[in-house]
Design a protein around this ligand. Structure first.
Ligand code: SF4
Ligand code: SF4
Length: 458
């Protein structure tokens, strides 16, 4: 973790470096595979070798049991071929044709140990396009992508909703904010009485813009996917949420059928919006704009989710931007694409407040990788005394009073009666992000929950 005393890199808490924000917030999405194809064609024209050796490290979620894996080391796979068939998890597909060199556990930042397949890519340029065209939307045999037509008329809304969730599972779609499969998210929303579903382009981080970029450039797909998912969750109201006014204007112009809200660059935007919606429309559920757009493509076009959009930002790269890349692409490749500078001191994945520093740049991009930040200087964070502004309590979606927790656990003797609700904390880090005094409140609430559980109040 970048914050708290668990950090192996000695960083005291999250990073807030607003000065580079505009560099990533308005970038159009660059399709890295498209760029590669053009570069290979250029090399070919100049008589140079067009092919280059490349690898992907594809997370095989749900493939821990050998019975759930459809491939082994040495197997040749095609683009969009299914690599797993777990019982209660989305299927994992190969983003490209290649040979599985090995299958081994990998420590992935923010996710822990995940079984991954190292795939040596076979072809480049036009040849790969042909393989993709041949396999796109294939059904049935050899574990390739099975299309589910959730668009056809079902006997009831419930049947239609179930078909959408099956399509999401078969297309391998997960929410980009926490990696939850959409079917599990739907169960959670149904059980907790969610009244309004938010298609979330709120990146909740000064640097990240990947979900916002998808919302801007694929507004209609995101809105349609959101409506499909809302139907599957039994929720009638839908809203699209953008971090900036710039994104809000673009989405409003492109998508007239769904209300759009802008949080005007405020962070933590999710917590603030959830509070506002609770007062006006009822409990809100959030689903990422990338997951919504992927759901639309799965249902309408029969496409599995094999790529993702990642923001690469920070003063350690000269060309920050939003990149669409195959899942499993090494982090180092994205940094190179964006011109990583030789004096970069720190690379971290995830939001500044809760992200994790990485030293191994061969680690892969997953569906949860929304932002990679490269910095020329390790941040020095200062913490001040609480000024009693109450922002931390206002942004907490779980009704916790972080300022009170901060006060209580820093006394000589802790009164457990004053630590109510702390076990309900979801570690969203909104309170830490909101605190102008720079106090790592999320870590303190986690500590308070551990104290309450252990009964050690001295
Ligand atoms: S980290 Fe915990 S205490 Fe802080 S805002 Fe999130 S849920 Fe509330
Ligand atoms: S946000 Fe920070 S400064 Fe404001 S009340 Fe909470 S702990 Fe105190």
């Amino acid at each position: 973790m970048l914050h708290g005393m668990h950090s192996p890199y000695g960083l005291s808490r999250g990073i807030r470096l607003e000065k580079h924000r505009s560099r990533s917030l308005k970038k159009e999405i660059r399709d890295v595979e498209e760029e590669r194809r053009k570069e290979a064609a250029e090399r070919g024209k100049k008589g140079k070798n067009a092919a280059e050796e490349r690898f992907l490290l594809i997370p095989l979620y749900g493939g821990e049991e050998s019975s759930a894996r459809l491939v082994k080391a040495g197997d040749r796979v095609e683009k969009y071929q299914a690599l797993t068939s777990p019982v209660e998890e989305p299927v994992v597909f190969s983003p490209s044709a290649g040979v599985v060199e090995e299958i081994r556990p990998v420590e992935i930042p923010l996710e822990g140990s995940v079984l991954c397949a190292r795939l040596r890519l076979l072809c480049d340029g036009e040849e790969e396009q042909k393989v993709a065209g041949k396999n796109a939307g294939r059904s049935g045999a050899n574990g390739s992508f099975k299309r589910v037509d959730a668009g056809e008329k079902k006997n009831s809304a419930k049947e239609g909703g179930e078909a959408v969730l099956i399509a999401a599972e078969r297309a391998g779609i997960r929410d980009e904010f926490d990696g939850t499969p959409l079917s599990q998210l739907a169960k959670r929303f149904r059980a907790s009485g969610v009244k309004v579903l938010v298609g979330c382009g709120l990146d909740d981080d000064p640097y990240a813009d990947s979900s916002g970029a998808v919302l801007r450039e694929h507004s209609r797909e995101a809105a349609e996917g959101l409506r499909m998912f809302a139907g599957a969750c039994g929720v009638e109201k839908t809203i699209l949420a953008a971090t900036s006014f710039y994104t809000w204007r673009r989405v409003r112009a492109a998508e007239q059928g769904t209300p759009v809200v802008s949080m005007g660059g405020k962070t933590p935007a999710k917590g603030v919006l959830a509070g506002r919606l609770r007062r006006s429309l009822g409990k809100a559920g959030f689903v990422g704009a990338q997951a919504c757009a992927a759901l639309y493509r799965a249902v309408q076009e029969g496409m599995p989710q094999t790529d993702t959009v990642v923001t690469v930002a920070g003063d350690g790269v000269w060309r920050a931007g939003n990149l669409r890349v195959p899942i499993g692409t090494p982090i180092g490749e994205l940094l190179e694409r964006c011109g990583v500078l030789p004096d970069t001191k720190l690379v971290y994945i995830g939001p500044a407040i809760s992200g994790e520093a990485v030293t191994d740049l061969s680690l892969p991009v997953t569906q949860r990788t929304r932002c990679i930040t490269a910095l020329k200087q390790e941040p020095v964070n200062k913490t001040f005394a609480c000024i009693g502004c109450g922002r931390c309590a206002r942004v907490c979606m779980r009704g916790i009073l972080p300022w009170l927790v901060h006060d209580v656990i820093n006394r000589d003797t802790v009164d457990p009666m004053m630590l109510w609700n702390v076990e309900r904390c979801t570690s969203c880090h909104s309170c830490s992000a909101a605190c102008p005094a720079g106090i790592d409140l999320a870590a303190e609430v986690a500590r308070a929950a551990a104290i309450r559980k252990s009964g050690d109040f001295e």
